[in-house]
Each structure stands twice: as structure tokens, then as C-alpha cells.
Design a protein around this ligand. Structure first.
Ligand code: GTR
Length: 367
């Protein structure tokens, strides 16, 4: 059921046009909402695909007990402030045939969850389970693009592409936007790989990685499916009426994640020209999956679910069913609808094999 929270009307443009068709949405309102998120929340990127981008690939057969081929791809770039590198690790089903769909994980938990051939298998990143279902399992460490601490934007892509010593504009991009940018650079590579069906790539992230996955999916329409796991505040969850983490909490604890302007909304969420259902609406009409966990009160499962339900307004323009009558589901009772999916898992704030299985069930139907 729709719960009313005085949200901005996603179908009303700033100059008062009521959006009633998919065409008007795509021409007018979608670009306007994207711009509002850049200006007020995630910040404006100063670079897209760098002209210096290079890929360096190493292939190893016979991985994951013989079911996969591993590719290690170093994505290199250079800007006025120096050079950088994102390392992609890919495990591809070794069936030597058709290009396959892929899951790209924006890994926010470091080296222990990258390469199952080097570390103990990780329930957070079950590459073998993903490959066994016919998907390429592709992962990058978000901290390759920008380390996750506040150093005044000197390290990572900010230092490489906007090394100016002057004052940073209040709308300059933060770390979440940098991580989303790295997902797009991974996509630049995947488009060149004949083993990958680049029209069927899902971007997935957990928690802070989930915020980045949603922003990546909003900015870069090449992602065919977007999956948010427990992304919470300034991810999937509505900010108005949210329990647990607030805009003030997140800005105080992680001042580098969002732009300077976002700080002006501490304790003033009702003044934001957007709310997070509008972030989800930017994915439409592409498939979108949101997952929550029962004990994750800091993220606030109900606010994540409500955001998805409110995002239906955009999906409806594309002929998708109205989900506003849907009730908040019981744990382990996934809602798999046309282009929109949701589940609530019992347990803690985490990414588990149960979550991955539901993401793949949804992908099987939708990409
Ligand atoms: C928390 C933060 C959340 C979420 C989480 C995580 O401390 O408050 O927004 O991003 O970290 O990434 O695990």
C-alpha cells in the first residue's frame, strides 16, 4: 500500500507540466530529475569516459573447479593529476558458446571478496553459484576508483581528474558518484568483450555499494538491470519519514560520499526537490530489484519498499502494472513483478547467497 509522506510529485516538472506519456517522461522529466540529483545529492562528474582509457587483459582457464574461465582486466586511465587503475575480475561460464549475461558487483568489502581462487569462498560474492546459473560473475573493488575516507578529494579519481587547488564547488561529485563512474568504466570494457552480452549486464551493490549501483544505473542506461541490496539512506530508502539513518547522520559520518549541497538538507529533508523514489524512477523502464533485511533497521526496510512502490508511477508510463496496492511482504516471500522486484530476507545487514538467488531468479525473467 502506498504510504503518503509528502513526497515531491515525480510526474510534475519544475515548470508545472504534468507528465502523462513515456515520451514526455524521457524527453523532459527524466533529464530534469537526473540533474536535480547531480545538483543536490551525488554531485556533477567532471569526466565521463576518459580518452586515455586502456584495457589490459589476462586470461586463465580452468577456474572454480573447471566450470569457469577467469579474466583479470586492468582498466587504466590518466588525467591532469596522474594515473589510475580499476581491476575487474571476471569468471565466465566455460561453455565456449554464446556471449553470456553478467552480474557486476560493486564490492565495498575489499580483497577478501574478490577472487575465490585466492581466498576462501565468500557468501557475499558467490562467484561459483553465479557462474553455475549461466551468468558471468564480474567484480570490482570500489576503492580502486576512490578510497573510502575523507581526504579532501585529493586521492582517487577526484585527484586525477579535478586536481585544482581552488575551492571545490558545492555541487562537485563525491565518492558514491566516483564509484558509480567506475561501474561505467567496467561497462566500457564489457562492451568490448565478445564473451559478454553487454545488453544483459546487471549492476549490483550492497549498502554503500548499493547506493553506488543505483546511481550507476541512473546515470548509465547501458545497465540492463539494477539491484540494490540493503542500500538504505540515500540509496533505495525514502528520506522523508525514514527511520534509522538520516541525511544528517550520513553526512556527518561520511562527509565524502555526497556533494556539499547535500549537507544543507541535514534535518531539512522536506526541502529536498527530490526523494529516493525519484532515483529509482530513473531506472525505468529497465528492470529494478530492491532487497532489504529484517534486522536492518538503520537502512529501514519499509522506507526501501515504499520507495519502490512510489517509483511505480514512472514504470506505469511504460505500461507496467501498478504496484501501489502491494503490501509489505513477509520475510522470504519475494515479490517478483514485471520489471520490479523486492524481497525481505530474515537477518542482518548483509549480502547472502539467498539474496543472490533471488536476484538471479529475477534476472532470468527480465534480462
Ligand atoms: C553504514 C552507513 C550506511 C551503509 C553501511 C554500509 O555505516 O551508515 O549508510 O552504507 O554503512 O555500507 O555497510
Amino acid at each position: 500500500m502506498l504510504d503518503q509522506r509528502n513526497l515531491p510529485d515525480m510526474l510534475l516538472t519544475l515548470d508545472g507540466e504534468r507528465i502523462e506519456t513515456a515520451d514526455r517522461w524521457l524527453q523532459r522529466r527524466r533529464p530534469e530529475i537526473l540533474d536535480l540529483f547531480r545538483e543536490h545529492v551525488y554531485g556533477r562528474e567532471t569526466v565521463g569516459r576518459p580518452s586515455t582509457l586502456e584495457f589490459d587483459t589476462k586470461v586463465t582457464p580452468n577456474m572454480l573447479g573447471g566450470i569457469a574461465v577467469r579474466k583479470q582486466v586492468d582498466i587504466r586511465y590518466e588525467g591532469a593529476g596522474g594515473t589510475g587503475k580499476i581491476r575487474l575480475l571476471m569468471f565466465l561460464p566455460d561453455n565456449g558458446q554464446e556471449p553470456c549475461p553478467a552480474f557486476l558487483l560493486l564490492n565495498n568489502r575489499g580483497a577478501a571478496h574478490m577472487d575465490p581462487e585466492q581466498q576462501a569462498p565468500s557468501p557475499f560474492w558467490p562467484a561459483e553459484q553465479i557462474v553455475a546459473r549461466g551468468y558471468a560473475a564480474v567484480v570490482l573493488d570500489v576503492e580502486d576508483a576512490d578510497p573510502d575516507f575523507h581526504d579532501g578529494f585529493r586521492n582517487g579519481v577526484h585527484g586525477i581528474f579535478d586536481p585544482s587547488t581552488g575551492e571545490r564547488p558545492a555541487n562537485a561529485w563525491g565518492t558514491i558518484a566516483a564509484w558509480a563512474w567506475s561501474a561505467s568504466r567496467a561497462m566500457d570494457y564489457l562492451e568490448t568483450d565478445p564473451d559478454i552480452d553487454a545488453a544483459r549486464v546487471a549492476v549490483v551493490g550492497h549498502s554503500r555499494g548499493g547506493k553506488a549501483a543505483l546511481w550507476a544505473g541512473a546515470v548509465d542506461e547501458r545497465f540492463a538491470l539494477v539491484v540494490s541490496n540493503n542500500s538504505g539512506c540515500t540509496g533505495a530508502a525514502l528520506s522523508r519519514g525514514k527511520k534509522g539513518e538520516t541525511i544528517r547522520n550520513i553526512n556527518d559520518q561520511f562527509p565524502h560520499w555526497f556533494n556539499g549541497t547535500y549537507k544543507t538538507y541535514n534535518d531539512r529533508e522536506e526541502h529536498l526537490p527530490v526523494d529516493q523514489h525519484m532515483l529509482l524512477s530513473l531506472i525505468a523502464p529497465r528492470p529494478l530489484y530492491v532487497a532489504s533485511a529484517t534486522n536492518d533497521e538503520w537502512a529501514d526496510p519499509r522506507s526501501e519498499f515504499q520507495s519502490l512502490v512510489h517509483a511505480t508511477a514512472a514504470y506505469r508510463l511504460f505500461g507496467c502494472k501498478d504496484l501501489t496496492e502491494m503490501n509489505f511482504p513477509h520475510p522470504e516471500e519475494p515479490l517478483l513483478r514485471e520489471r520490479m522486484g523486492y524481497h525481505l530476507r530474515s537477518g542482518e545487514h548483509d549480502l547472502k547467497p539467498y539474496d543472490w538467488d533471488r536476484f538471479m531468479d529475477f534476472a532470468d525473467q527480465n534480462i
